[in-house]
Structures are given as structure tokens and as C-alpha cells.
Design a protein around this ligand. Structure first.
Ligand code: AHM
Ligand code: MG
Length: 338
């Protein structure tokens, strides 16, 4: 395979997209730079006992930040300089992140989860950064508002994730298929390694936190019983895999097929719609999966057509192979759920 960088790949695509400008490429390049800085720190995470615990004061007299806070501040700091954004939203910040006066502005908005699955860091388990890019709705040269961020997922211009693991990967879509790039640390570039990813039509792996079964409704119990049954449409029980790190569970689902599920449950009445966030988690992965010919729903309705009403809105998520996500819809509809 010829070695193709993300920028080269984008330039090839941009030739076929007359609307595209160099501004989008510069946005992605700045994002990639931020991620390389985060990846460098993530790879050192195992050395924290040696280099000092988070919360400690380092040799420069600065407090050592937790990795998720560090990742958040790197992304905010770098993306402010990109000159192509009018606002951002992060899973770590309650409100809209404005681009301060004096910084060049642009017409894109960026939504991100800076370090998803961060509770897994200490165990050397894969974690990731998820991102979603939109064009602003309000006029250029006015202050960005919530309206620019509360757009339906179908409006995304690009979305994807970075996964930090045995290697660092970037998987993303601009609406022309899904492509995966692996960071070659010796040259510091993400090189095309997984062109045009397509998810299998049906899988043989289901992924859900089964510890919460007590709190599920009957429809969700039936869904999971279906995947475990030898009498399902595969004629054999699916295997169960659950890492508890969304990017890692999703990445496996995308490559091998099957379904990842995070349903709503009765565990925490303050979260009646499950745990995952529509804007920073569900929508970007839904855009990726649909571009790979998969599906993403809240059990019944298409994730990408959910109208957001608040930045940190939560949604149930069923995402993966079309036949498997379709089966959930069939069972949920039968039960009259959602
Ligand atoms: P976080 O945003 O607080 O890190 O939570 C998101 C993570 C996902 O990575 C993962 O899919 C999920 O929480 C796991 O939750 P649970 O431990 O309830 O199964
Ligand atoms: Mg998260």
C-alpha cells in the first residue's frame, strides 16, 4: 500500500468536493497536532509512579494534571489557534467554549470528548478522543451561540475518533466513507492503514454492561437474551465483549461487526436516557458507523436525527452491524418502547 498521510488523503478527497477549502484541512491538522501531544502523554501514563502522581507538583513547580484535564486543555489551547472555529464544546466543560477576542475566527464548530474511557488509564486499557465538526448556523462575524452547537448529527461535516493503544489510530469520515490511519511514531505522521472501512452486515459479538441487568426493562432483557440464544438468526450465541471504554468497544465493533449497546436503565433516576452523550459520543460514532454501512439508534430512532436540546444531553445507544441494530429495533417496537 502506498504511504498516504491524512493531509494527502484529504487533498485527494477535496478535489472531488468543490465546497471544501484549505480551512478544513488546517482544522484537522491542528487537531492532529493536539492529539499527538496527548498521545505522547498517554504513552507515558504507566510511568506516573516514576514521574510523579497527578496532583503532585512537578519539578517546574507546576501541578501535574490528570490526563483527562490535560487532554482537554491541550485541545482547547491548540484549537483556539486554528483560526477556523467560532466555538467549541467539550465533555469536560459545562458551557460553550468561546474563541477569545484577538484570536482569528472561522465558521466551524468543534465538539469533543477529550479522553473517553479515562477510568481505564491505570490498567493500560485503550482510551480515546472523539470529535465532531459542524459549520456554524448563525451568521459569520457574530458571536457563536448554542444554536451553532445544538445541531442534529446529520449536519456533521466530519467526525471520528483517535484511539490510544498498542498503536495510535485515527478513524474518521467527511461523509465519503470511513478511513483509518495509524500513527507511525518514527515519522510522526498518521498513515492510511484502513481505507474504506465497511462494517459486516451481521456480527457475532454483542457488547453491553451486563452488570446492570437488574435495572433493564423487559425489552432490553429480551434483546440481550436474543444475542445469547443458540436459536438466534446466527444459529449460535454471540460472544460477549465489554471493555468499558467506548472508543475501544466501538472500534472493535466497526472492524469485526456486531453491536455495542448502552441502553437506558433504572439505576440512576437522574439519567433516564442512559449514560452516553449525544453530541460528544453518540453522534460522531453514529456518523462513522453509517458511513461504514452500519446503523446507530436509541433502540428505535436514528441517532443522527435526534434534535439536541442541551450540550450534555444523554441518549441510549445501539450501534453496529445493520442486521443486529435492526433486531433491537424489532424487539423494542414489539414492546412499544420509545
Ligand atoms: P465517561 O465519559 O464518564 O468517561 O464515561 C464514558 C464511558 C465510555 O467510555 C464507556 O462506554 C462507558 O462509560 C462505560 O460505562 P459503564 O462503566 O457504566 O459500563
Ligand atoms: Mg466520554
Amino acid at each position: 500500500m502506498p504511504q498516504v498521510t491524512v493531509t494527502e488523503h484529504l487533498l485527494l478527497h477535496q478535489k472531488r468536493t468543490p465546497m471544501a477549502t484549505g480551512r478544513f484541512t488546517s482544522l484537522l491538522n491542528q487537531l492532529i497536532l493536539a492529539v499527538k501531544i496527548i498521545a505522547r502523554e498517554v504513552n507515558k501514563a504507566g510511568l506516573v509512579d516514576v514521574l510523579g502522581f497527578t496532583g503532585d507538583i512537578n519539578v517546574q513547580g507546576e501541578e501535574v494534571k490528570k490526563l483527562d484535564e490535560y487532554s482537554n486543555s491541550v485541545l482547547i489551547h491548540r484549537m483556539r489557534q486554528a483560526g477556523v472555529l467560532c466555538a467549541m464544546s467539550s465533555e469536560e466543560n459545562a458551557g460553550i467554549i468561546e474563541i477569545p477576542e484577538g484570536y482569528p475566527q472561522g465558521d466551524y464548530v468543534l465538539i469533543f470528548d477529550p479522553l473517553d474511557g479515562s477510568s481505564n488509564i491505570e490498567a493500560n486499557i485503550n482510551i480515546g478522543t472523539i470529535f465532531s465538526i459542524y459549520r456554524r448556523k448563525t451568521p459569520s462575524n457574530s458571536a457563536a451561540t448554542l444554536e451553532d452547537l445544538l445541531q442534529m448529527g446529520i449536519e456533521q461535516v466530519a467526525a471520528g475518533y483517535f484511539i490510544y493503544g498498542s498503536s495510535t489510530m485515527m478513524v474518521f469520515t467527511t461523509g465519503q466513507g470511513v478511513h483509518g490511519f495509524t500513527l507511525d511514531p518514527s515519522v510522526g505522521e498518521f498513515l492510511l492503514s484502513h481505507p474504506d472501512i465497511k462494517i459486516p452486515e451481521r456480527g457475532s459479538i454483542y457488547s453491553i454492561n451486563e452488570g446492570y441487568r437488574t435495572y433493564w426493562d423487559d425489552a432490553t432483557k429480551e434483546v440481550v437474551d436474543y444475542f445469547k440464544s443458540p436459536d438466534n438468526e446466527n444459529g449460535a450465541p454471540y460472544s460477549s465483549r465489554y471493555i468499558g471504554s467506548l472508543v475501544a468497544d466501538f472500534h472493535r465493533t466497526l472492524l469485526y461487526g456486531g453491536i455495542f449497546m448502552y441502553p437506558y436503565d433504572r439505576r440512576d433516576p437522574s439519567k433516564p436516557k442512559g449514560k452516553l452523550r449525544l453530541l460528544s459520543e453518540a453522534n460522531p460514532l453514529a456518523f462513522v458507523v453509517e458511513q461504514a454501512w452500519g446503523l446507530a439508534t436509541d433502540g428505535v430512532n436514528r441517532t443522527l436525527e435526534t434534535q439536541p436540546t442541551e450540550l450534555h444531553q444523554r441518549v441510549p445507544l445501539f450501534i453496529g452491524s445493520p442486521a443486529d441494530v435492526g433486531k433491537v429495533r424489532e424487539i423494542y417496537k414489539k414492546h412499544g418502547v420509545i
